[in-house]
Design a protein around this ligand. Structure first.
Ligand code: GDG
Length: 520
């Protein structure tokens, strides 16, 4: 039995090619119906906007990237919307809360920042979420060495993760109580697993609100969750099972969640056929909602003068006949080191590519306060250096790494690839695999790890690689670089239509439709 057998699943089909209405939302029949009598509360670790002072001391705001912000902006036009997140800067802390227009229009979202103590935030964010849960959920535990759960970890858990989840729950509870209409609470990701249960304990049982949690990263099998001490594991499962609807990126993630509940919660009654769990007198529905990108705004950005200028300078600097490109946060889950080694293998096995191909890696620094991330950065630099020393010459640098945050430059590079490499060890979805085919101008080929959520949707147009296999990755690079034009065009067109057919707004529509169909 699979989640696809779920009765209501058939109602959750993709809404393709439908016109947008005046709110900017695609015509998603149930959105207005669901939202007209509810207020919306989104909670995530990062907010949709962040404030800081410029050199003259004037307050300026920086809108967060990503489709979630755009999609919410559409919803904010339909109902009262609140977004609760952790402060990122001193200015965010001073701001505390207030209405913000995310799209320059008169519609606003009430943005509220929580300001946990620095030590609590550190324990919650770096100690538990990024050092423990991220590694566990990407099946990257190196159990003979890492992690070790010690007194510090338990302190991070209690005074960090539990404490910050409590802060979120308290603020959300205040907001639910203050709203005149029943609230729809949409919690985001692995930072907030405990919030649903904490929230239930703070609000009266008869209060009318709907609680949904979306997990952006993979949910591995119960063997991985078995590595977590029972107290943490139970708190996480118990936390999530207080939600009405738990969403995952793929069907497999949802099934793994159901299996995990069955393995570790003897009192949970798990119905795989219907995708639901009955636990502590409450029903939690489990569904998959693959996330996508904001097709229109990415196209607009790709056509902008700013991206054009980056494209121009990339073309001037990179004169090799063909370009292999990757765009990633510097994260071990993205498997960057093996990607570089695979390129070395390619040059060894197919020397005809020497001096003709360049590997351009655009890498965004990430989580550098976590030691394993610093080590990974050093490792990938060394891996690229090895290839460059062995094969490069004064005219040709085989691997070129550009670090730093620069989204327009990343988009420009995506326009120029002949081959795009996404070889993640595990990835909830991987948005680069969707952005690349949409903006690419060279009918380029996508190499895609079978362990990304995106692979479930894009398999037909991509060259699949198993992420550990650098030999297969090197062969896929060769195949991509030498693919006949007709085949490349066909694959590129297929990928483009798959991505265009399924916008970020559809992702929200599917969730709201599920809420309506399930009567939540
Ligand atoms: C997590 C999950 C899931 C690239 N350079 C810059 C920049 N980017 C953009 C990319 C892409 C995004 O950042 C990264 O998204 P990914 O999906 O590739 O990966 P994660 O950051 O790990 O995201 C993932 C996602 O959540 C959504 O649910 O797909 O599986 O791990 O859009 O183009 N953004 C900015 N500056 C850059 O220089 N701001």
């Amino acid at each position: 039995m699979t989640l696809r057998d779920v009765e209501s699943y058939s109602a959750m089909k993709l809404i393709q090619g439908q016109p947008q209405d005046e709110t900017g939302m695609q015509d998603c029949s149930l959105i207005e119906e669901i939202l007209q009598n509810r207020s919306l509360i989104i909670a995530s670790n990062r907010g949709p906007i962040s404030f800081q002072k410029d050199e003259q001391g004037q307050m300026e705001s920086k809108r967060g990237g990503g489709g979630l912000v755009t999609a919410l902006t559409g919803l904010a036009n339909l109902t009262e919307a609140h977004w609760i997140a952790c402060a990122n800067t001193d200015e965010d802390r001073q701001w505390q809360r207030g209405p913000v227009s995310l799209d320059g229009s008169s519609n606003t979202v009430d943005v509220q920042f929580l300001a946990p103590q620095a030590a609590a935030y550190e324990g919650y964010y770096n100690g538990i979420a990024n050092s423990l849960l991220w590694f566990l959920q990407h099946s990257m535990l190196d159990i003979s060495r890492n992690p070790t759960i010690d007194r510090k970890t338990w302190q991070d858990w209690k005074d960090g993760y539990v404490a910050v989840n409590n802060l979120f729950a308290q603020r959300i509870a205040e907001q639910v109580r203050a709203s005149r209409r029943p609230s729809l609470v949409m919690l985001q990701d692995y930072h907030l697993y405990l919030v649903p249960r904490l929230l239930r304990s703070l609000l009266p049982p008869r209060m009318d609100y709907t609680l949904m949690h979306f997990v952006h990263i993979p949910w591995p099998g119960s063997e991985d969750w078995g590595m977590l001490p029972p107290k943490m594991r139970l708190a996480i499962l118990d936390g999530l099972l207080a939600a009405d609807l738990v969403g995952f990126q793929t069907r497999e993630d949802g099934l793994n969640f159901l299996r995990t509940c069955e393995s570790f919660l003897p009192r949970a009654y798990v119905k795989f056929k219907y995708g639901r769990v009955w636990y502590r007198n409450h029903m939690t529905h489990v569904r998959d909602f693959p996330i996508s990108i904001d097709v229109d705004s990415l196209r607009e950005l790709a056509d902008s003068a700013e991206v054009g200028a980056h494209r121009h300078s990339l073309l001037e600097e990179h004169t090799a006949q063909q370009l292999i490109v990757r765009v990633d946060r510097i994260d071990p889950s993205k498997n960057i080191v093996r990607g570089f080694r695979a390129f070395g293998e390619l040059l060894e096995m197919h020397p005809e590519h020497l001096e003709k191909v360049q590997f351009l890696a655009l890498l965004v620094p990430s989580r550098l306060n976590v030691e394993l991330y610093q080590q990974y950065l050093a490792e990938l630099m060394a891996a690229a250096g090895e290839v460059n020393v062995k094969y490069g010459n004064s005219e040709w640098e085989p691997i070129r790494i550009l670090t730093g945050e620069n989204y327009p430059r990343a988009v420009a590079a995506l326009e120029l690839y002949n081959v795009l490499v996404v070889n993640s060890l595990a990835d909830g979805m991987n948005l680069v695999a969707k952005e690349g085919p949409l903006v690419n101008r060279r009918e380029g080929v996508l190499i895609l790890s079978e362990r990304t959520g995106a692979f479930q949707q894009l398999e037909a147009g991509a060259l699949m690689v198993p992420p550990l296999d650098i030999y297969a990755t090197a062969e896929a690079m060769h195949q991509g670089l030498t693919m006949p034009e007709a085949e490349r065009k066909e694959k590129a067109a297929l990928l483009r239509s798959l991505v265009e057919g399924e916008d970020i707004v559809d992702w929200l529509c599917l969730q709201l439709e599920a809420i309506a169909h399930l009567g939540l």
